[in-house]
Design a protein around this ligand. Sequence first.
Ligand code: HSE
Length: 420
Amino acid sequence: MKKLGVAILGLGVVGSGTYKILTENKEYFKVKEGLDITVESVLEINKARIEALGIEKSKVAKNIEEVVSNRNVDVVVEVMGGVTFAKDFVLSALSSGKTVVTSNKELVAKYWPELEQTAKKKNVGFFYEASSVGGVPVIRTLIESMQGNHITSISGIINGTTNYILTQMTDNGWSYEDALKEAQKLGFAEANPTADVEGFDATYKISILSSLAFNKKISIENIYREGITNLKEKDIKFAKKLGYVIKILGIGKDTKNGIEVRVHPTLVKNDSALANVKGSFNAVKIEGDSVGEITLTGRGAGSMPTASAVVSDVIFAGKHSEFYYQPFNVEKQKPVKYVKDFTSKYFVRLESKLNNSEVNKLEKIFGKKIVINKIVKEESEKLDIVILTELASEKQMLKALDKIKALKDLTVENLIRVED
Ligand code: HSE
């Protein structure tokens, strides 16, 4: 039977899950996959993590050199996160002829071509299923199951932490702070949760997914990004009143005007499929010209779901001796044409003093190009005004908001895009 030696760099949330699956299922993998997988080495500075998993001292490496020079190690699993050490360690493993499996979306999104090229030079594999959408096998679906398609869009809920926070705030009235704390406790959030709540994590993921979908390297600098930290309870409340829930979506489209990629909070109809993807669950909708629409859904974050994706890559690596490398070559790639302006429907929340005559100017400010679909007004100490528009250009909308901001007694509290 083929033996496969694995090293794990980092025994945090994903690393410990990976260790558990690989060790607890050793016999199962022998029977089912014909692979005798052994964790030969781990690299982790936190002793408590090593002890909690009961790992023998002889398997604990002192440094990366010890890992990459270990002849029993075939596959190095990088689940440390961050890019400084992770990049050096991954390059060192690939250069030493080890196949690498990583869950590190920031690493892949930022340094993908360099990592792929190093892997290709050494004829080893570079796998990253766990980098996007946790346990949901989106990457393999794109690479291995949708070749017969030109993919025109890929979009959905691709961050578990923010979906968990928004679900708790919307369904259970939790505060943002409590929901974030719980997401951290449950192992959904990144070590620095800013990556989640400010939309960086989703940006890395949609960069990877849209690059694979559209067969061009989509750089993170060209992705519009907005997190959930500007959302207020009032946004959630008014969205609900209008029949919507707020989700943060990653959206990638290949249009006749160019590539459009963005990450931002979005109102979706409360009876839509996406509205019912709750907690740490993710959902990704892919549209191909042959197959039509496919939606994949499942747990997008957490120890075991993410480790499930890592292990699938380890097994894939163990069963293949020829590897596939992404064909996009950034140096040779024609410049990607990005859409500079896009259209969307909008939810605009304003506040004003009571009996403020400036409110009457709104329709004129929006003008003919931004059609108002609905206005809701609610009086308390102040007047809350919520406007839903028809499809309009983002540029036009931002121009209109600048004009509203210039009014003395009216404040723009939030602008959220709407997908019907
Ligand atoms: N922090 C990430 C999330 C982990 O919440 O989705 C999985 O990529």
